[in-house]
Write a protein that binds this ligand. Sequence first.
Ligand code: AMP
Length: 601
Amino acid sequence: MYILVVNCGSSSLKADVLDLQSKKTIIELDAERLPLQPIIHINNEEVVYDGKLELGEILVFCLDKIKSELGDKKIEGIGHRVVHGGDYYSQPVLIDEKVENAIEELCALAPLHNPANLLGIQKAKQVFADLPNVAVFDTAFHQTLPNRAKQYAIDKEIIKKYNIKRYGFHGTSHKYIAERAGTFLKQDIKHLRMISCHLGNGASVCAIEFGRSIETSMGMTPVEGLVMGTRSGDIDAGIISFLQTKENWTAQQAEDFLNNKSGLAGLSGLSNDMRDILQKASEGDENARTAIQVFTHRLTKYIGAYTALMGGLDVLIFTGGIGENSANIRNRVCQRLDFLGILLDEDKNKSTQLSNENDVSNISDENARVKTLAIKTDEQLAIAIETQKIVEEKNKVNCIPKIPIAISARHVHLTRETIDILYGKGYELTSYKPLSQPGQFAANETVTIVGPRNKYENVRILGPLRSKDQVEISKTDEFFLGIDAPVRESGNVAGTPGIKLIGKNGETTIKEGVIVAWRHIHMHPTDAELFGVKDQDIVSVDVDDNERPLTFKNVIIRVSDKFKLEMHIDTDEGNAAEIKSGEQGTLMTTTKLVSLNTKNV
Ligand code: AMP
């Protein structure tokens, strides 16, 4: 399958045709200094443009060039990089009028990017009529950030009025890199805690816990976080108003200062290019040395913080121009992180030369607990792969049955050992009522769960017994109990908080096991085949029969021959969505967009 990938900025265009079988680029078009002094190269040969100096016209010219270059090769879809998908999109989406309206609405949040992205879409539709267009959002991968990571601590009315929150960027690269690391290590990323450091001219770091982005350094705009080529990254917000007063700057000038005159360029006074800065630093330039130190210090700080958030780390990844190519920077960042299990093999680090054929290198010491990898990112390929998925789904005729929804109240699953302590040695649970999942039952027996702040009495035990203790609570419960529980799939309790349990005959404190259950759909393998999904896939579910139509994003699929088709949400989610047990949802294929006027929970 051939896919055209369009990455259209306000002053540049990158448009490539990729062959997804060989994963090679067969046509490459780069245009810079748009629109006033266009320099256009197609397959590295300069093309003269003598038309009107207007972005839309130049785009049409470039896309026409690609069309004629294609000859009799047929492209099957067009993937567009779109910077901001706001809260609407947590995955790529087939573009229709509603999607275009959403991208337009989001221009307010990404004024430098979304308007150009949208123009790219409109012109692609004009030149390649009838082809499916897919939007792949930089922000989508970070939609799984928990609320506590998304929120700025500012007035909630202002937050609501302007949708101010941390959206994160570079998501397409972070996701691609994480998946590439998983394939390389022959491990499912759903079992790994990873930190991906995308260090290019723009730079960001992302904590990926079991396949989901849970923290990232860029925020509402790409200015927050790491030191970048020309962006400051984190800065005391007070400095801006200070400078506006002292320098008599407009808001525009302040923004220009942070985006274009800061970072490596600002600190070094030399260049935004890390190669120049490393060179000058080696010749003794103090400003270049400071720039490198601030850059690596900031990143080391983030790695420590993100490891703490995930309660550990399995894989550390370097990517982007600097991360892929600079052994020196990788070494500086990892120095003194051996206490986290990060230890480089300096020979491997230094000799790493990434290429399309050799796109991953394991640079960790063989005794290091954390695998450190350098991986070549490829955002164009990542967009092409995502586009291919959507195009293939669109071509499938789907007959989709509805999924019953059940609401789970707080409950516990216990081990033989814990029951022995709480109810007496060898005690057998008695069934109060069978549950919908075959073989499962709610027991007559209950426990009291005691958190640091409060306790809940009469929390039902669910049978049969399990190999690990697990206490499933909602976000509201979490707050009431005074406990910080992560969102996890059932059975994955490693590194979660413990809690005190009191039964009829005794009490015990379990060391781990308290989770907020990840909303999930139980499926029999025959259902999974019908829906075209597999265990651990993440999907969205539409509930449009409800009085208030809504979409549940980030729903995990659990497949077992012991399961019956049913989606489980917790009481908070049920209440927020005004859903009662027994309602039904529709599993959305990724082609169906999260509609704008629905409420997302
Ligand atoms: P990107 O935005 O991903 O293309 O990355 C651009 C950045 O990567 C620039 O700061 C380059 O200086 C940097 N870069 C590329 N090659 C090297 C290298 N060999 N050593 C250090 N930095 C490099």
